[in-house]
Design a protein around this ligand. Structure first.
Ligand code: PLP
Length: 401
C-alpha cells in the first residue's frame, strides 16, 4: 500500500490567507462597487529598479549568443555574486564572512524550510509566537513535534530572551527573525548577543532570518547576527532580495553557513554544517538562474544601492504615515520604522477587527491570530502599497475608528 507522510496531517491547513481571501471575495461579491485596498499580504508593489533591469537585460543578451551563454551554473551561486555579497553585506560592515560561506538560492523561504533537513529527528525547536509559519510547518512535516513557543508580547517588547525558555527541555535550535514578520519589532545588539551567548553555552544553533534587514534605519540596530561576538560558531543567517530589491517574483536570496559551524553526531563528534548544506543544495537544487544572479549583482552597484534604498525609503514613508495616523487614533503600534509591517494592538478580537475594517472601510489587513496564539488582539498592516492607496486608507480609517 502506498503510505503518505502522515506528518502532513499534523500541520495546520493554510487557513490564514485562504480565509482572508474567502472573506474578501464574499465582501466584494456583496459590494461589487467597493474599492478594496489591500494592506494584508506581504508582497512588494514597486517594480524592479532600473539598475537591476539593465543588468538582467544584458544577461539575457549574454544568453542569446554563443560567446557568453551560460547553462547550468554552480549550485552555490556564481562567484561574481557571492563576492559582492561578502564584501558589501558583511566585510564592509565589519563582519568576517567570506564568499565561500555564502550559498545563493532562489529565496529565503526555501532555505528556511530546507535547512531542518540537516538536523536529527529528535532536535528540539523554539520559535517566537506569533511567527512566520514556515519554520514550524517544515519541522512538523519532517516529523518533529517538540516545538517551544516563545510569546512575543508588549511586555517583552515583542523580543523574547533566553530567560523565557523553559528551564527543562531547552531547545537545540531557535529561529529568530529581526526585523520581525509579523510584529515589525527589531532586536538590539544586546538582545541578540544574549541569544548568541546562550547558544554558544549550550551548543545550540540560531537560525537567523534577516529577510527585512534592508528596512533597518535606526543606527545601532544589527543588520546581521554576525555583528554579535561569537555568532559564527552558533548561527546560520538567511537573506532575501525579495523585499530588499523587489525580487518576490524574480526569486533570489542566500544563506550564510560559516566555516567551522557544527552540529554533533550521536557520539558527540562535531560535524561541520557548511559541507552538509552544500551537499544538500548541490543534490536537490540547481542554482538560481544566471539572469537572476546578474540582476542581484546590480543591487550592489552605486546606482543599484541608491535605487533600492529609495524604494525602501518609499515603503518606510508609507509605514510612517500609517503609524502616525493609527497612533493619533489612540492605537498602540509596533514596527513600521525599521520594518514594512505595523503590528497594531486592536484592543479586542483580531478577526472581528479585520471584519470591521473590511466591511466599514473596504480595507484588507491580516489578523494577528493567524500567526499564532500570542497574535490574538493584533492586526498586521503592510506598507507595501502606493502612496495614494495608503493616504486613502488612512482617511477611511479615520472615518471608521
Ligand atoms: N522570511 C520571512 C520572515 C518572510 O516574511 C518571507 C517572505 O514573506 C521570507 C522569509 C521569504 O522570502 P523569499 O521571498 O526570499 O522566499
Amino acid at each position: 500500500m502506498l503510505h503518505v507522510n502522515e506528518n502532513y496531517a499534523k500541520i495546520k491547513p493554510t487557513y490564514l490567507f485562504a480565509e482572508i481571501a474567502h472573506r474578501v471575495s464574499a465582501h466584494m461579491e456583496a459590494n461589487p462597487e467597493a474599492k478594496v485596498i489591500r494592506l494584508g499580504i506581504g508582497d512588494v508593489t514597486e517594480p524592479l529598479c532600473p539598475a537591476v533591469v539593465a543588468a538582467m537585460h544584458k544577461a539575457v543578451d549574454d544568453e542569446a549568443g554563443r560567446a557568453n551563454f551560460h547553462g547550468y551554473g554552480p549550485e552555490q551561486g556564481y562567484a561574481f555574486l557571492r563576492e559582492k555579497i561578502a564584501k558589501f553585506d558583511f566585510q564592509d560592515r565589519g563582519m568576517d564572512i567570506a564568499a565561500d560561506e555564502i550559498l545563493v538560492s532562489d529565496g529565503a523561504k526555501c532555505d528556511c524550510g530546507n535547512i531542518q533537513e540537516l538536523f536529527g529527528q529528535d532536535v528540539r525547536i523554539a520559535v517566537g509566537d506569533p511567527v512566520y509559519p514556515v519554520y514550524v510547518d517544515t519541522n512538523v512535516m519532517a516529523g518533529r513535534g517538540d516545538i517551544t513557543l516563545l510569546p512575543c508580547t508588549a511586555e517583552n517588547g515583542f523580543v523574547p530572551t533566553p530567560n523565557d525558555l523553559p528551564a527543562n527541555g531547552q531547545p537545540d535550535i531557535v529561529y529568530l527573525c529581526y526585523p520581525n514578520n509579523p510584529t515589525g519589532a527589531v532586536a538590539t545588539k544586546m538582545q541578540l548577543q544574549a541569544w548568541v551567548d546562550w547558544a554558544n553555552d549550550r551548543k545550540a544553533l540560531i537560525l537567523f532570518d534577516a529577510a527585512y534587514e534592508a528596512f533597518i534605519r535606526t543606527p545601532g540596530i544589527p543588520h546581521s547576527i554576525y555583528e554579535c561576538d561569537g555568532a559564527k560558531s552558533c548561527a546560520i543567517e538567511f537573506r532575501s532580495y525579495s523585499k530588499t530589491a523587489g525580487f518576490t517574483g524574480v526569486r533570489c536570496g542566500y544563506t550564510v553557513v560559516p566555516k567551522g559551524l557544527c552540529a554533533y553526531a550521536a557520539d558527540g563528534t562535531p560535524v561541520e554544517l557548511r559541507p552538509m548544506w552544500t551537499r544538500r543544495q548541490t543534490t536537490k537544487f540547481n542554482g538560481a538562474s544566471y539572469i537572476t544572479q546578474r540582476g542581484a549583482e546590480a543591487i550592489y552597484t552605486p546606482e543599484g544601492m541608491a535605487q533600492t534604498t529609495a524604494t525602501i525609503d518609499f515603503y518606510l514613508g508609507n509605514a510612517k504615515l500609517m503609524r502616525e495616523a493609527l497612533q493619533s487614533l489612540g492605537y498602540i503600534v509596533t514596527g513600521g520604522s525599521d520594518s514594512p509591517y505595523l503590528w497594531v494592538d486592536v484592543k479586542g478580537d483580531s478577526w472581528a477587527f479585520f471584519d470591521k475594517l473590511l466591511k466599514d472601510a473596504n480595507i484588507v489587513t491580516t489578523p494577528g491570530a493567524g500567526f499564532g496564539r500570542a497574535g490574538e488582539g493584533f492586526i498586521r498592516i503592510s506598507a507595501f502599497n502606493s502612496r495614494e492607496n495608503v493616504k486613502e486608507a488612512i482617511e477611511r480609517l479615520k472615518g471608521v475608528l
